[in-house]
Design a protein around this ligand. Sequence first.
Ligand code: 0RQ
Length: 500
Amino acid sequence: VHSRIHSPALADKLMTAEEAAELIPSGATIGMSGFTGAGYPKAVPQALAKRIEAEHARGRPFKVSVWTGASTAPELDGALAKADGIEMRLPYQSDPTCRERINAGQMEYIDIHLSHVAQHVWFGFLGKLDVAVVEVVGIHADGSLIPSTSIGNNKTWLDQADKIIIEVNTRQDARLAGMHDVYYGTQIPPHRKPIPILSAGDRIGEASLRCDPSKVIAVVETDAPDRNSAFAAPDATSEAIAGHIIDFLGHEVKKGRLPASLLPLQSGVGNVANAVMAGLQTSPFEEMTAYTEVLQDGMLNLLRSGKLAFASATALSLSPAGNEAFERDLSFYRDRIVLRPQEISNHPEVIRRLGVIAMNGLIEADIYGNVNSTHIGGTRIMNGIGGSGDFARNAYLSFFMTPSTAKHGTISAIVPMVTHVDHTEHDVQVIVTEQGLADLRGLSPKKRAGQIIANCAHPSFRPALSAYYDAAMHRSPGLHTPHLMSEAFDWIPNWKAAQG
Ligand code: 0RQ
């Protein structure tokens, strides 16, 4: 009956999600599985949200802190946020209810680099982890766990938590077993050793997650699919962005600065990133590889067509159609995809060694190349920095891409000074919009401003940006990074539009 649970000791711990949720006390810090809508627990968080609502109805306070890999889904972040059950949340999230509560000051949120999360827990920086709630696709006879469609921070949660709740999801394909590579060689300083990944496909660890059975307090069976959000078909804007990036990569190959098969690709979340991958389908590059954190439909199609030889990630993030295609040809993809813990998929050492080509989205960039990926109007969080900082700083080449305007052309993505900085001018090499591409390598701040305004800003905002820059050249006290501090933020209609 319990065909996925081969450990009798753990089969004995089977119970309902409601019974498992009863074992989580108010005030607990919970490490949940889940990364960009893949491999998150489907039942226990919802049962916990119901319990929290019931406690609140009785006038009793009940909140938990939630750590994850990255964003999850309405069944986890959404349900717990709606129940007003989250005291503190980290790291990346993209749930509308969470966002609303964080921005209303009702929920604490800590936005940290995805590669930092596990090590900060190991260092003791974040305090104690009480419970791990982790989705798996099966349990081996020895109690080790077959990971699901993401690994994220699961290794750390299982090792560090006092207690463990396992969700065995029978809807996830059992053939995922063997696709994972869980590295147990990470130490904390001063005992660290090099991480022996020399190419994107190297396997350095174990196929399953170790789990101390004596810590397991509940096993719950589930049968629900991942969130699997659909992607928008590439539109003219994202196709133009993809076109500029592909032309630029071709140029770099011609100049001898990139090999013909490029270097391992990293691609961020969202429609634009997906469209760039779709654009690579008709590019001249062959035998490409990917060393990334999320693997979206675009990359899956590149694997299928043979353009991409191999992809390393920590999570799948597929549309329903993408997931169907994945499961249909799982034996094909198994040989071409490896899923790793996010501390490895996003590890600065490996990203720097492999020479990753990073491509991430932005909310606004300023004329000197500082990038804001997370805040609207300087005060309201959108999602979080995710892995973009891990990749941008350590990449061989770091692209940031965006439509040149937001909100139907009323807001310029290019501004005099970003209202929040996630990626400093030192970590941003190429900015791309549908208007064009600014190659900032080797340019001083003033030269960068010229490129960004001329190539990336929308024509309707270019005159105002140039006027700001010219005024700053006349009146700025310093002329290394010319600015008018009292005017930098009241320059365009951005402010008013962003308050809406
Ligand atoms: O909101 O849909 O309500 O209009 O922001 O913007 O243009 O749809 O772009 O989905 O690629 O997201 C930076 C948020 C871009 C994303 C960000 C509004 C805009 C829209 C989304 P609406 P788009 P995308 C790997 C890497 C950080 C993490 C990261 C992100 C919404 O890429 O979260 O890179 N990145 N991780 O209208 C007001 C502006 C705006 C604006 C955009 N200037 N002012 N609103 N918007 N610009 C993955 C992980 O780490 C897990």
